[in-house]
Design a protein around this ligand. Structure first.
Ligand code: NIG
Ligand code: FE
Length: 405
């Protein structure tokens, strides 16, 4: 017999997909005890007799998963790029459009014109779509301002969103997303400005939880990213990197050298990149939305990530150019159908591994005592259904920090 345990609420009557250690680790007819905003006990309902709960919530069958984590988004931006989608389908490539001043820079123009209130309102609309599908933690990047004030405005918009929506938000400074038009002849000057001026202010105001960059021919070189990362390290900010999306530049090895939280995209990552990531504990964040929308052919080396035991996270990359994704569940499906992940790996990618990619693996991403009480009740029989159903709505009940959202 266990000793009596008092708690605020007890949830029972459903199968628990705990995602402990990144596996389903299913508990049939389980129970979750919540006290305050934390999970205090998880186990089979038959063993929950010692729990004394103020409130009891009987779930009528179905499954419970951890709250979903979307660890890579660009949800704050002005305008949209549906016209470029159309241009690409008329034959232009992503790189050509970018070289003509479109692409990221067209969103930069629209974002610079948007007020803080407009940025928050636009992002809130998109965020609500994600939340309706069980997302409880989301990362959002800056990177469409590309001048000091507009980057700060984006980061403030991200912080403001966090105060008005029931979701945990991590902010990432992606000022090194593209070269601003004002620096087109001097991209190193923009990197200097980020390192010496923008990042110190961002750090002083606590506006970002991490620093990111786009390491690519049409963005920044490994040398430029190195300077940026050195500045981030000096300020105590963790780093992550858009790497190996369109070509192999060794960005993921560079990220590993800086003990990056994650390297993201990775279609062109090589075996030595993967080995370096394994050694530094850098996660692989896979983004099938961008792969799909750009109709890429080269798939990320999922088999190598498995072999080297590099945990794979999966995210929406929600952005106006390459992944106008409003559904993380659709990314589960694409992670499986396009990249060959198993449904269990895909679910780990948006729960425990998504949390780890944000440095939050100790507090969320699985149903375990001590973690935040963020979980989702789905009217499904098996967790593979989360990756299986294609589109449509799956009504779900979301518990965020112990309360029904
Ligand atoms: O993650 N790769 C760079 N950044 C975004 C795309 C940005 C854009 O085209 O607006 C991405 O895919
Ligand atoms: Fe991205």
């Amino acid at each position: 017999m266990h000793e009596e345990l008092c708690c605020d609420s007890l949830w029972f009557g459903a199968d628990l997909v705990t995602m402990r250690a990144g596996r389903y680790n299913l508990i049939r007819n389980g129970a979750i005890a919540v006290h305050g905003d934390k999970i205090v006990w998880v186990g089979p309902y038959a063993e929950a007799g010692h729990l004394r709960a103020e409130r009891r919530h009987e779930l009528d069958g179905g499954i419970v998963t951890p709250g979903l984590v979307d660890c890579h988004t660009h949800l704050v931006f002005g305008g949209d790029r549906s016209a470029e989608f159309e241009q690409r389908l008329n034959g232009a490539s992503y790189s050509e459009i970018a070289a003509q001043g479109g692409g990221i820079l067209s969103t930069v123009r629209a974002t610079r014109q948007a007020s803080l209130t407009q940025l928050v309102a636009g992002a809130r609309f998109r965020m609500e779509r994600l939340l309706a599908e069980g997302v409880t933690t989301v990362e959002i990047k800056s990177g469409y301002g590309l001048d000091r004030e507009s980057e700060l405005r984006m980061l403030r918009a991200i912080r403001e969103l966090a105060t008005t929506l029931p979701v945990q938000i991590r902010a990432t400074c992606l000022a090194a997303h593209a070269t601003p038009p004002e620096f087109s002849d001097n991209p190193d000057g923009w990197i200097d400005l980020i390192c010496n001026d923008l990042l110190p202010q961002v750090a002083a105001e606590g506006l970002a939880d991490a620093v990111d960059a786009f390491c690519e021919h049409l963005a920044f070189s490994p040398q430029q990213v190195t300077r940026l990362f050195e500045a981030a390290v000096r300020l105590g900010l963790p780093v992550k990197l858009h790497a190996e999306q369109l070509s192999p530049l060794g960005g993921s090895t560079l990220a590993a050298r800086f003990n990056a939280l994650s390297a993201d995209h990775l279609e062109y990552a090589t075996e030595s990149d993967v080995a370096a990531m394994a050694q530094s504990g850098t996660l692989a964040v896979l983004l099938p939305g961008a792969f799909y929308l750009l109709r890429e052919k080269q798939r990320p080396p999922v088999e190598l990530f498995r072999r080297y035991k590099v945990p794979m996270a999966l995210a929406s990359d929600a952005n106006p150019g390459t992944s106008p994704a409003l559904s993380l569940r659709l990314m589960l499906n694409m992670g499986c159908t396009l990249f060959g992940m198993t449904p269990e790996e895909a679910l780990a990618g948006v729960t425990l591994n998504g949390a780890k990619a944000l440095g939050l693996g100790d507090t969320q991403g699985s149903l375990e005592p001590g973690k935040f009480a963020d979980f989702v009740h789905w009217p499904l029989a098996h967790p593979a259904e989360l990756a299986y159903w294609l589109g449509g709505e799956l009504p779900c009940k979301v518990i965020f920090r112990g309360e029904v959202r």
